[in-house]
Design a protein around this ligand. Structure first.
Ligand code: GLN
Length: 263
């Protein structure tokens, strides 16, 4: 039948950017999932269609249909349950990453991407998608809980965030940090090198909990630009330029944090 008038021509309609939110029921400490809403909204503001697929515990997702993957952090029990499901889809996730699929992972979700991570007192295997590992803290060391300000190559403004973790993460030689901690507070990956998070291909891992992208809009747009490239490769539709948004409120919030924290 002829397409009905008013439905639009679906064959030429712009396909949505598909965001997979992995395990939102397990990995959502401090509102990490807010980052998905920010990514979604920044596309909507630009008139770019977007679809979010929430992949709950026990559910699957076809990553060949996905343009951006997000994983938050979770408490130990939830982090372990999530890691079991992610281990079962390890090869698909690794192929997605190797094909330059963008992935943003926070704290627990970030740790799981490495070769090993710390579950309570136990070192357990991770996905090994990024050459890094998370180890036990040294004898005198506590959890790392603090606000932090970073310099990151993904942003011209300082990146602000909040960390809360026990495990200490060390990057292998081919992996860059997401940034470098420049505030007098905050540690980042470990007690030693002031490196925070990781970048590998189009993966960004960070200890920055909560809706961190709200105060770091450049990082949100870096992820979205990679997602638009992925959609272009996937669908053959040219990637539109990301038109600048009015980020005055976001950057004012960022500046307040920087002023309070950076010394
Ligand atoms: N269990 C992790 C650690 O403390 C943290 C998990 C999280 O997302 N906060 O190292």
């Amino acid at each position: 039948p002829a397409p009905s008038v008013g439905d639009g021509d679906s064959s030429s309609a712009e396909p949505p950017v598909v965001i997979a939110h992995m395990l939102p029921d397990l990995l959502n400490l401090y509102g990490d999932g807010g980052n998905v809403r920010i990514l979604e909204q920044r596309l909507r503001w630009r008139g770019i269609p977007v679809e979010v697929r929430r992949v709950g515990h026990g559910e699957t997702v076809e990553l060949s249909e996905v343009d951006l993957v997000f994983m938050g952090g979770g408490p130990d029990r939830e982090q372990k349950l999530a890691s079991e499901q992610l281990l079962a889809m390890r090869d698909d996730l690794a192929a997605y990453v190797e094909a330059d699929g963008p992935l943003l992972a926070i704290c627990g979700g970030y740790q799981i991407l490495g070769r090993q991570w710390l579950w309570g007192d136990e070192l357990v295997p991770g996905l090994g998608i990024i050459d890094m590992e998370t180890r036990r803290p040294g004898t005198s060391a506590d959890r790392l809980i603090d606000n932090m300000v970073l310099e990151s190559p993904l942003a011209t403004h300082p990146v602000v965030g909040y960390e809360n973790h026990a495990g200490r993460t060390y990057l292998g030689p081919g992996v860059e940090g997401f940034g470098r901690v420049v505030s007098s507070c905050g540690r980042g990956n470990n007690d030693d090198d002031r490196v925070e998070g990781a970048r590998y291909k189009n993966v960004v891992g960070t200890y920055s909990h909560g809706p961190a992208l709200s105060k770091n809009p450049e990082v949100a747009d870096w992820m979205l630009a990679r997602a638009l490239d992925r959609r272009a490769r996937r669908t053959g539709q040219a990637a539109p330029k990301l038109v600048p948004l009015d980020d005055a409120v976001e950057l004012a919030a960022n500046e307040v944090m920087v002023r309070r924290l950076a010394k």
